[in-house]
Design a protein. Structure first.
Lengths: 290, 761
C-alpha cells in the first residue's frame, strides 16, 4: 500500500556480459537487471517487484556511450538520459529522441535513468519509444544463444511487459542515419516532471518535389504499448504535407489509438489530443525539414 | 503619519536561517538522533470505514528486535479537539477506522526494517462499513455516522445575518446566483511528519517534532495522554514548511510518545510522503451557492451564500473554516448586507485542517468569480467593478470588522497598470486573457481569550541579544523579522540579535502559526520586550550621560543624549555596568494580545475579529491553448498592502509563494478517491503540484500603508495572495476563451469540454 524500505535481495555486480548472462541463466525469473534503478527500486519499495537477486549492469564496462558515423548512431543501453540530452549529435540529427529525453523526469532522474531501462520497463508512456520507433531503431540483445537484433517497435508486448526473454540483456540501440526530419511532442498535465498523457513522434523524408516519403508516426501512452499510426502515415505518404493534410492525418491517428480512462486523463480527451499532437508533430517536422 | 527612517526594519537582511538551510546543515526532526533510539512505524488501515473487531499484535511482539507494539487501546481514551464542543478524536482509533491510511497500530523496533516487518505480523480484523465520501453522502437521512463521538454527520454550523439582505436584493438592479465547488487538495509542505520522543527518569516527556503550532500540540497531547502540562516539553527543530498542515498532534506524535513511555527509550518516527498524502491533512472540499445583488453600476447591495465543507472524520479546525467562509463574504468589498449558512460535515476521507489562507481562499475565490461574472453580464469593466466596491480605510464591514488602513484601491490601480489591462482591451492574441481578483486576510484573529504572544530578550554581557518567542519559524521568516524589530528598537545591528531555540521550557508558547498572526502579534511583543530592555539600559546610561532616561536615544550601538549628539556612550557601557558592577542581569519582557477586539461568535459570525486586515489585488495574464485547453500563465502581478514591509524580499517571497501554491489548487491538484474511499493518487507522480515552470513571472508592487496597531505599521503578509490567486486564474481563463469553469480544478479537459459545448459541438 505504501512505500517501504527495500526488501531483502542478493546483490550481484558482474564484471562482464558473459558473467551477467550466467547469473541470469542461473536465477531466471528470480532475478532483475539493475540499470538506472529509477523504475526498479521504486517497484521494489512498493513490493510490486520482489526479485531475490538484483544484477547490477553498471559494473560491466562498455554498456554506455554514444557514437555516430555516416551510417548511424549507437547508444549503449546504460547511457543515461542526461548523457543523451547533452549529445549535440543526437540534438542535431536524431532530434525526436532529443525532444523526448529533454522532457523526461527531472534533472536528477535523467542523471540516473537509462535508455535501456526506459525501453525494457515498457510502460505505455515510455518517452523514448515513439521517437526510436519512427527513427527505425534496432535493439541489440545478447542471450545464451548469442547476439540478435529486433526492431524497437517489436520490444513491447503489454503494459510493463517487454518481449525480451528473461535470459536476454539489451546491450545497445542503433539508429540508421536519418534522411528526413522528425519531432516528438508530449502532452503533460504540468510543464515538467510528468508522465505523458499522450506522446506523438512523427518522421518523414522529403524528396526534391517536397513529397513525403518513409513517413512514420508513433504514439505513446494511448494503447497498451507504444504503437504505429499506420493509417495516419498513409495519408501523408507520397503527398506534399500542408496544414490541411496534417490535420487530416491527425484526425486519422486519433482513431487509431485505443487509450484508457485513468487518473490522469479520460479516453476521449486522449483521443482528441492524439489528433492535435499528431498534427502539430507533423508540422514541426515539416518546419525542421525546410 | 510621517514616514520614519528605519535602520533595520524594511531592509532585506540575511535570513537568520538562510545559511544553515542553504548549506544543508539545518537539523530537521528526521535528522535527530538520541542514544539508544528506537525506530517507530505505523500500520495503516487499507479501508476507509470499518469497525475494528480485533487487533492481534502477539506475533509482531515476538519478532526479535521488536521492543513494543501499541494500538489505540494503549491510550487513556480521552478525546480531544480544537474546541471544547468538538472533542471528537483519540490519539489512535479504538473502535473503528474513519479513513484510508489511518494509523491503527505502531511498532518500535531496533531498526526500521524490523519495524516494517513487524507491521506485517499484526492482524487486524475489520468489519467494513458503508463510506461517506461527499457532503451529499453525509447529509442523506440514512447516512452512516462517521464520528463515534457525534450523533450526526454535521460537525459544525454557522449562520450569519448582517444588514438587511432582503432589502439589499430588493434594491438590486441585477441578481446573479452561481454554484462553485472546490476539490480536496493536499497541503504541500516539503518535510513529511516526523518526531523524536523521549521520556526522562521523572516521566517528563520531550517531544521534538515538525510542528507548526506547538501550543495546540502540547495542550491536546497532554489532555489525551492524561499528562499535566508541566510533564511535557516541546522543542521544535527546523521545520520544512507547514502551511496549516502541522498544527495539531497526529498519531505520529502520540505513538512516538507512547512507545517511548512504554520502552523507556527514545523513539523516532519519520513518515514517507505517500503516507502524508494519503492519511493526513487536506483542504476541505467545498460546495457553495452564492447569490449577489448589484446596482446597474455594479455596486454590491447584498450577498447570500450557502456553503458546505466536507472535512473528513474530525472537526479539527473546521469550525474556524466554516466561520471564515462566512466572514469573508464581508471582505474585501463593501457588502452592506450578508446572509450566510455554513455547514461542516464529516466524511470518510482524510481529515482536514486547511491550507495557506484557510477557507478564506474558498470564499474569496467564490466571491470574486461571481463578481467577475456579474461584471461580464452587465458589461462593466473588470477593474472598474472592483475599484467601485473596494473597501477603503476606516470602514466597518457588515459583520463588524473594523478596517483601519486600507490600500486596496491603490492595489487595484497598480496591478491593472502593471499588467497593462487597458492596452489588452484594445488588442490581444487569440487565447490570451487577463483575470483579476482581490482579497484580504486578517493579521491574526483572536480565537480565544488565551491568545497572546510573548517575547523574552536576554542581553548578554557581550552586548548581544538572545531572542526567544513563542512562535515557530516554519519557513515564513518569523525569526528574522523579530531580530530586525529588536535591533531597530535597541539601535544595534541586526547581527547582534541572535535567535534562541523554540523550546516550551524557555518560551511561553503562543497560540500558533496561522491567520498571518506571527509578525503582527509576536512583532508587537518583540517591540514591547525591546522597549523594556531599552528602559533598563536607559536608566543605567542616564547617570553616565547626566541626562534623563527618557531623553536618551539608541542608535548605531550607542546611547545618545537627545539634542546633544556629542554626548554618547557605547551600548556596552551600561551593559557592563549591569553585569560587572551591579551583578544584575538584563532581561526584556514583552507581550501583546489584541484584547480590544472581540472574541468572535463562530455560530452567528458577529464581532470584530482582527486588526491589521491586509489587502491584495492580483492580476494574472495567461495563454490558453485553444486545442489542448492548457493554460500557461505568463505574468502574475500583485498590488499588495501589507502595511509597512519589514523585510521586502521575504514579503515578496510570501506573495509569490502564495500565488504559486494556489496555482496548483486552481489548475492541477486534486486528491482522488475511489468509491470505497481509498485515495488513488497519493504519490508525487500522480498528485500534481505545480513546478517552477508552471508558474508565471511574478511582479509585486508593495502598497505602503501604516497599520495603527501593527509593529512599525506592518500587517500580516503570508496568506493574502493565496486568497486572490484562484479567482484571478478562473477569471483569466474566462477572459481568454470565454468559458467559465466553476468546479475546481480547472483542467484542460474541462476547458475543452466547455469550449466545445459553447461552439455547439
Amino acid at each position: 500500500m505504501f512505500i517501504r524500505r527495500l526488501p531483502k535481495f542478493e546483490y550481484h555486480a558482474p564484471a562482464s556480459l558473459p558473467e551477467a548472462l550466467d547469473l541470469l541463466a542461473l536465477y531466471g525469473a528470480d532475478a532483475k537487471l539493475l540499470a538506472g534503478g529509477t523504475d526498479l527500486l521504486l517497484a521494489m519499495k512498493k513490493r510490486t517487484k520482489t526479485p531475490a537477486h538484483v544484477i547490477n549492469l553498471k559494473s560491466i564496462p562498455g554498456l554506455s556511450g554514444i557514437s555516430g558515423d555516416a551510417k548511424g548512431l549507437k547508444i549503449g543501453a546504460l547511457t543515461t538520459m542526461a548523457d543523451i540530452m547533452r549529445s549535440a549529435l543526437v540534438k542535431e540529427t536524431y532530434t525526436p529522441l532529443w525532444d523526448a529525453v529533454s522532457v523526461m523526469g527531472s534533472p536528477q532522474v535523467r542523471t540516473l535513468a537509462t535508455l535501456g531501462g526506459n525501453l525494457v520497463s515498457a510502460v505505455p508512456s515510455a518517452d523514448t519509444a515513439p521517437p526510436l520507433i519512427v527513427l527505425s531503431a534496432q535493439a541489440h540483445l545478447t542471450g545464451p544463444s548469442g547476439e540478435r537484433t529486433c526492431p524497437v517497435e517489436a520490444l513491447f508486448s503489454a503494459p510493463s511487459t517487454c518481449s525480451l526473454a528473461p535470459t536476454d540483456i539489451l546491450t545497445h540501440i542503433t539508429i540508421p542515419f536519418p534522411q528526413g526530419k522528425g519531432a516528438y511532442l508530449k502532452l503533460m498535465r504540468r510543464a515538467a516532471l510528468d508522465l505523458a498523457l499522450v506522446g506523438v513522434a512523427a518522421y518523414f523524408c522529403l524528396d526534391a518535389n517536397k513529397v513525403c516519403t518513409h513517413a512514420k508516426i508513433a504514439l505513446g501512452a494511448v494503447a497498451p504499448t507504444p504503437i504505429r499510426a499506420t493509417a495516419s502515415e498513409a495519408i501523408i505518404e507520397g503527398k506534399v504535407l500542408n496544414a490541411a493534410l496534417a490535420a487530416e492525418a491527425g484526425s486519422a491517428s486519433g482513431k487509431e489509438c485505443f487509450p484508457i480512462t485513468d487518473l490522469r486523463s479520460s479516453l476521449e480527451y486522449r483521443c482528441s489530443m492524439v489528433e492535435v499532437l499528431t498534427e502539430r508533430a507533423l508540422l514541426e517536422a515539416l518546419k525542421r525539414s525546410n | 503619519m510621517q514616514k520614519e527612517e528605519y535602520q533595520v526594519v524594511g531592509k532585506p537582511v540575511e535570513r537568520t536561517d538562510g545559511r544553515v538551510k542553504a548549506t544543508g546543515k539545518a537539523r530537521y526532526a528526521g535528522d535527530l538522533i538520541a542514544p539508544g533510539m528506537l525506530y517507530g512505524k505505523i500500520l495503516r488501515s487499507p479501508v476507509a470505514h470499518a469497525k475494528i473487531l480485533n487487533i492481534d499484535t502477539s506475533e509482531a511482539k515476538k519478532l526479535p528486535g521488536v521492543i513494543a507494539v501499541i494500538t489505540g487501546k494503549d491510550f487513556p481514551g480521552i478525546p480531544f479537539g480544537t474546541r471544547p464542543d468538538t472533542r471528537d478524536q483519540t490519539p489512535m482509533p479504538i473502535t473503528k477506522v474513519h479513513h484510508f491510511g489511518e494509523g491503527v497500530a505502531a511498532v518500535a523496533a531496533l531498526d526500521e526494517d524490523t519495524a516494517e516487518e513487524a507491521l506485517d505480523l499484526i492482524r487486524v480484523e475489520y468489519e467494513e462499513l458503508p463510506v461517506v465520501l461527499t457532503a451529499e453522502d453525509a447529509l442523506r437521512p440514512d447516512a452512516p455516522l462517521v464520528n463515534e463521538f457525534c450523533s450526526s454527520n454535521i460537525a459544525y454550523t454557522s449562520d450569519f445575518r448582517f444588514g438587511d439582505p432582503e432589502a439589499g436584493f430588493k434594491e438590486a438592479d441585477y441578481i446573479r446566483e452561481e454554484k462553485f465547488s472546490s476539490q480536496r487538495v493536499a497541503v504541500g509542505f516539503i518535510e513529511p511528519h516526523a518526531c523524536l520522543a523521549e521520556v526522562d527518569a521523572t516521566g517528563r516527556v520531550l517531544l521534538q517534532g515538525s510542528k507548526q503550532s506547538p501550543y495546540p500540540t502540547w495542550r491536546h497531547m497532554c489532555r489525551a495522554l492524561d499528562l499535566p502540562l508541566s510533564k511535557m516539553r516541546l522543542v521544535t527543530p527546523f521545520v520544512g514548511g507547514a502551511f496549516s498542515g502541522k498544527h495539531d498532534p497526529f498519531d505520529v506524535d502520540f505513538a512516538a510518545v507512547k512507545l517511548a513511555q512504554i520502552t523507556n527509550r527514545p523513539v523516532k518516527i519519520v513518515l514517507n510522503y505517500d503516507e502524508v498524502l494519503a492519511g493526513y491533512r487536506q483542504r476541505n472540499a467545498m460546495n457553495a451557492v452564492l447569490k449577489m445583488g448589484v446596482k446597474k453600476n455594479g455596486r454590491i447591495t447584498a450577498l447570500k451564500a450557502e456553503c458546505i465543507l466536507e472535512g473528513g472524520p474530525i472537526a479539527g479546525i473546521g469550525p474556524f473554516n466554516i466561520y471564515f467562509f462566512g466572514a469573508w463574504l464581508n471582505l474585501p468589498y463593501k457588502v452592506p448586507a450578508v446572509e450566510y449558512h455554513g455547514k461542516l460535515v464529516y466524511s470518510n476521507r482524510a481529515p482536514c485542517g486547511t491550507v495557506r489562507g484557510q477557507e478564506i481562499v474558498l470564499a474569496q475565490y467564490s466571491v470574486d468569480s461571481l463578481l467577475g461574472i456579474v461584471a461580464e453580464d452587465l458589461g462593466i469593466d473588470q477593474v472598474e467593478i472592483r475599484a467601485l466596491n473596494a473597501i477603503t480605510s476606516n470602514y466597518t464591514t457588515a459583520n463588524g470588522v473594523v478596517v483601519d488602513a486600507c490600500g486596496l484601491s491603490e492595489c487595484i490601480e497598480k496591478s491593472a497598470a502593471t499588467i497593462a489591462w487597458k492596452e489588452s482591451r484594445k488588442s490581444r492574441p487569440k487565447g490570451r486573457g487577463i483575470g483579476f481578483s482581490c482579497a484580504s486576510h486578517p493579521s491574526g484573529v483572536r480565537l480565544g481569550g488565551h491568545f497572546g504572544s510573548s517575547v523574552l530578550l536576554k542581553l548578554q554581557e557581550d552586548g548581544k541579544v538572545m531572542l526567544t518567542h513563542g512562535g515557530t519559524e516554519i519557513g515564513q521568516g518569523a525569526n528574522t523579522v523579530f531580530c530586525q524589530m529588536a535591533a531597530e528598537i535597541l539601535g544595534i545591528p541586526f547581527e547582534d540579535v541572535i535567535q534562541g531555540p523554540s523550546d516550551s521550557d524557555t518560551a511561553i508558547l503562543d497560540s500558533g502559526m496561522f491567520s498571518d498572526r506571527c509578525t503582527y502579534w509576536d512583532g508587537n511583543a518583540t517591540i514591547a520586550a525591546a522597549n523594556d530592555l531599552k528602559r533598563q539600559l536607559a536608566e543605567l546610561a542616564a547617570k553616565k550621560l547626566q541626562a534623563k532616561p527618557e531623553d536618551l536615544e539608541f542608535k548605531n550601538s550607542r546611547v545618545y543624549a537627545k539634542d546633544k549628539p556629542e554626548k554618547s556612550i557605547s551600548i556596552l557601557d551600561p551593559v557592563r555596568t549591569a553585569y560587572y558592577d551591579n551583578g544584575t542581569p538584563l532581561y526584556g519582557k514583552g507581550y501583546w494580545a489584541a484584547t480590544d477586539i472581540d472574541l468572535v461568535n463562530w455560530k452567528t459570525g458577529s464581532g470584530n475579529l482582527a486588526h491589521g486586515i491586509d489587502f491584495i489585488a492580483t492580476a494574472v495574464e495567461m495563454d490558453v491553448d485553444l486545442k489542448t485547453g492548457q493554460a500557461s500563465l505568463r505574468k502574475g502581478v500583485s498590488g499588495d498592502d501589507a502595511g509597512q514591509p519589514i523585510h521586502p524580499v521575504m514579503l515578496e517571497g510570501q506573495v509569490n509563494g502564495g500565488s504559486a501554491h494556489m496555482t496548483g489548487h486552481a489548475l492541477l491538484e486534486e486528491c482522488l478517491y475511489d468509491e470505497r474511499g481509498r485515495m488513488l493518487n497519493y504519490s508525487w507522480r500522480d498528485y500534481k503540484q505545480p513546478t517552477a515552470l508552471d508558474t508565471p513571472e511574478y511582479v509585486v508592487d508593495h502598497i505602503h500603508t501604516h497599520d495603527p496597531y501593527g509593529p512599525f505599521g506592518a500587517k500580516g503578509a503570508g496568506e493574502a495572495s493565496s486568497c486572490s490567486t484562484i479567482a484571478a486564474i478562473a477569471n483569466g481563463i474566462y477572459d481568454a476563451v470565454g468559458v467559465r469553469i466553476t468546479d475546481l480544478p480547472i483542467t484542460p479537459e474541462k476547458i475543452i469540454r466547455e469550449m466545445k459545448k459553447k461552439e455547439g459541438k
